[in-house]
Ligand binder design. Structure first.
Ligand code: AMP
Ligand code: ZN
Length: 488
């Protein structure tokens, strides 16, 4: 592989050259959703970002084992072992079994990700399906001296851990500050240290989801599932661990501690974190109540939305921002993305209609191709890639208008290139309602007739064609690249 892929590693806070532990193989673990409610668009942004990463690694020829878990147990409301179990609480509210909650929202999650055209991961393990692996790992951590049991609950001993290891590698925070930001222990606490966190939690009489373990009948803490499942499917050490940025400070920090305390090695070589989707500057989240559901976005059925947007336009909107930048959600930004997406798709549609000519191509595909790879090799820079693709859109439109030339061989290469970058890597497909090629052809013909009328200064006819198309929901737009159309 002659690629120089660089990716930003949260551990070193720099872009590093990507060198997998085993040549040509990549192990990637991404923290999946907690399936106790519908996924919101912020969650989707993280999974779409890792889909882009997965797709590009595969495109480069790596054999990727992509593991993305489903958290279906053990996630309490507070990140630090406080509050109710999220599933039990929701189950009570909806009068369902906790596993009915899990099933309902897992299906919903898959449906949404399918609409966004994300590829399924290679393995999608669940926390409840890996209780024995979690228990085994906790036993090893206790044996290694980094965890202790109090009244049936097992805690990770952070004070002991920091004597040997660095608990702040991911965030670069000071341990002192972390301590100061954590609630002081009271006489009632079972923990020895303020930063200690639960690996196994003893069930209360009302706890529904419970399993037998050496310490008590109970359930695993949230962080241990990812350490246990990543180890099982990817080994003690693997290449990439990812998730949203909000997970770095607690969940990922604790995952590293658990894996090191158990295996004596750091789990992942590269830690990748996606930035947040925001609404008017505030992080989109379930608890803040600003969590748009994908369905609301597609239908436009939400007070903050002027209209609905197609899943692919939304995917395009997300890919137009780099995964490490925040992305703010607004009607204007979505409108702009929708236009861009349609422009790209109409150019894709024109590819089959271009006429070839003899002689040299009027564009240098090799050069553009090189720039596209350079963008993706620079920490998966999809916005720069999209800007490069719009250069090609311009070329395609000029060829269609007869202002530029393409040879038969050049056109074949151009088609392969566009398929690779637009469909395989960016994962965009044409979801325009217009659908069939027949309609494309008919509208192209009508546009041609209108442009001829215009050229003959027969504006009555040309305006009539435009207005009548408009009346049946087809909008024409004259642009530098010729006349474009879309369904409204
Ligand atoms: P959860 O279901 O809350 O465990 O979250 C699933 C994934 O979505 C995690 O990787 C989170 O970091 C990520 N996530 C949550 N909120 C946002 C947001 N507003 N923008 C981007 N990613 C998010
Ligand atoms: Zn995780």
């Amino acid at each position: 592989m002659d690629h120089n892929l660089f990716l930003y590693n949260t551990l070193s806070r720099t872009k590093e050259k990507f060198e997998p532990i085993h040549a040509n193989l990549v192990g990637m673990y991404v923290c999946g959703p907690t399936v106790y409610s519908d996924v919101h668009l912020g969650n989707c942004r993280t999974f779409i970002s890792f889909d882009l990463i997965f797709r590009y690694l595969r495109h480069l020829g790596y054999k990727v084992r992509y593991v993305r878990n489903i958290t279906d147990a053990g996630h309490l409301e507070g990140d630090r072992d406080e509050g109710d179990d999220k599933f039990a609480k929701k189950a009570k509210l909806e009068q369902l079994e906790p596993m009915e909650i899990v099933q309902k929202y897992t299906i919903g999650f898959h449906d949404v990700l399918r609409l966004f055209n994300t590829l399924p991961p290679s393995i999608e393990p669940t926390a409840t399906g890996h209780i024995s692996e979690q228990i085994e790992m906790i036993e090893q951590i206790i044996d290694n001296g980094y965890a202790y049991e109090t009244n049936g609950t097992v805690y990770f001993d952070v004070e002991k851990y920091v004597q040997q290891y660095d608990y702040t590698v991911l965030t670069n925070r000071k341990l002192e500050d972390m301590l100061n930001n954590t609630r002081e222990l009271s006489g009632q606490d079972e923990k020895k240290g303020r930063l200690d966190f639960a690996l196994w939690i003893k069930a209360k009489p009302e706890t529904i989801m419970r399993w037998p373990a050496p310490w008590s009948v109970g359930f695993p803490g949230w962080h241990i599932e990812c350490s246990a499942m990543s180890r099982k499917y990817l080994g003690d050490q693997f290449d990439i661990h990812g998730g949203g940025m909000d997970l770095a400070a607690t969940h990922h920090t604790n995952e590293i501690a658990q894996s090191e305390a158990c295996n004596h090695t750091a789990p992942a070589k590269y830690w990748m974190h996606t930035n947040m989707l925001t609404v008017n500057g505030a992080r989109m989240s379930k608890s803040a109540g600003n969590g748009f559901l994908p369905g609301e976005l597609f239908t436009g059925n939400h007070p903050l939305l002027n209209r609905g947007y197609s899943p692919m336009a939304v995917r395009f909107f997300m890919l137009q921002a780099h995964y490490r930048s925040t992305l703010d959600f607004s009607n204007e930004a979505l409108d702009a993305a929708d236009k861009g997406y349609k422009r790209l798709m109409s150019a894709m549609g024109l590819l089959d209609k271009l006429k070839v000519s003899n002689g040299a191509d009027s564009f240098n595909l090799a050069e553009i191709r090189h720039k596209c790879y350079a963008a993706m090799d620079d920490d998966f820079n999809s916005p720069v890639l999209i800007a490069e693709l719009f250069e090609i859109v311009r070329v395609i439109n000029s060829i269609y208008d007869g202002k530029a030339k393409v040879s038969e061989e050049g056109l074949e290469k151009l088609k392969i290139f566009m398929k690779e970058f637009v469909e395989d890597i960016l994962g965009l497909r044409n979801d325009q309602a217009s659908g069939t090629d027949d309609i494309d052809d008919v509208i192209s013909l009508v546009i041609k007739l209108r442009n001829e009328a215009k050229a003959n200064k027969d504006f009555v006819t040309s305006d009539r064609i435009r207005d009548e198309l408009n009346a049946i929901g087809i909008q024409l737009k004259d642009s530098k690249e010729g006349t474009l159309w879309n369904k409204i």
